[in-house]
Write a protein of this length. Structure first.
Length: 183
């Protein structure tokens, strides 16, 4: 993976989304996730979303919501397919509105060439962010901040092309960050 890192500020944005989730299992638990992206691409949901939002750019919003399921020993995390709501749609039975607050993001701009699939691409930048950059800089991840959980923050992923089977693709990962308090 070739990549570049920068901090970028994104203003408040409203997205029209197909709500989905993934389960992040504890290391001693076995579990399986439905392939929400593949299903949504094949059943036409993504195309309907793009039309309703009047946007050709499709994002994945990760961890806008996240709850612990002790029975399955996992976190159930929001993994929504999203388009910026350029149409001003108020949502409907199929799509919901998600508003993300203005925020600074650490952005990993990555190129993957024949090394992984789009579905597993987040692992390397996640590791670089959570176990490297975040520990070395005076920031917190807004997703993990107790005052912000479920409150307008999500990691944003953008894949080109949006194809779960792609092994050559470009990806951008936006992790919302807040400066650590000095008090």
């Amino acid at each position: 993976m070739n990549y570049a890192v920068e901090i970028a500020y994104l203003p408040e944005k409203e997205f029209l989304v197909l709500k989905g989730y993934v389960k992040l299992y504890d290391s001693d638990s076995a579990g399986e996730n439905e392939d929400f992206l593949r299903k949504s691409l094949s059943d036409g949901s993504v195309e309907r979303l793009k039309m309703a939002a009047r946007s050709e750019t499709v994002f994945i919003l990760f961890c806008n919501t996240c709850v612990r399921d002790e029975n399955e020993k996992c976190y159930v995390c929001g993994c929504d397919i999203a388009c910026e709501n350029l149409s001003g749609s108020q949502g409907c039975n199929e799509f919901e509105i998600v508003k993300l607050n203005s925020c600074e993001y650490i952005v990993y701009d990555c190129e993957f060439i024949n090394e992984t699939t789009l579905q597993n691409a987040h692992e390397k930048p996640d590791n670089l962010f959570w176990n490297g950059w975040l520990t070395e800089n005076p920031y917190l991840c807004a997703i993990d901040n107790q005052n912000c959980k479920g409150n307008g923050f999500a990691a944003i992923e953008l894949y080109t092309p949006l194809d779960p089977d792609a092994i050559d693709f470009h990806a951008k990962f936006f992790y919302p960050i807040l400066r650590k308090s000095t008090t």
